[in-house]
Design a protein. Sequence first.
Length: 183
Amino acid sequence: MEIQVLQWFEGSGIYAVLISILLNIIISVFGVIPSVFITSANIAYFGFRNGLLMSILGEAVGAIISFYLYRKGINKVKTKISIKNKYLIRLQQTKGMEAFLLILALRIFPYIPSGIVTLVSAGSKVGIWNFSIASTVGKIPALFIEAYSIQQILEWTLQGKIILGILSIFLLVFLMFKIVSKG
């Protein structure tokens, strides 16, 4: 997917910025699609610093638009959603500075998908400004680590990429065996 996005960037000139932001918005609204391929394309096309800034901007705008859309539609499904994570339950019941700090922490915490944090925030009492600032500030460390990792992989030799690929396959097989053995 990253190659396709890079081709779109290269063929669109100055509009590559808008394409990057639009793709981040679409991914944020869907809530379950990882944005790593856009971050990767941003780093490869715009360079590390500008690519990181594009990813932060795109994810921030995407989260704000998603929050707005989710809040518009949340009342229709609010009673049908079952939340089990204690931090997400707490977020749903908070507002003000407590909600701000909780969103900030949940954005930094890598194991809770951004889409879920946005959805629960939209169903809470938090205002759009508090959400926007906490969400954006919280995503910066995670995006920096992601962008730095991508840059390092892009600079690797073919041998390093093959080793990473083999290790990734072993990790996936190991995780699948763990999941199957539990079930």
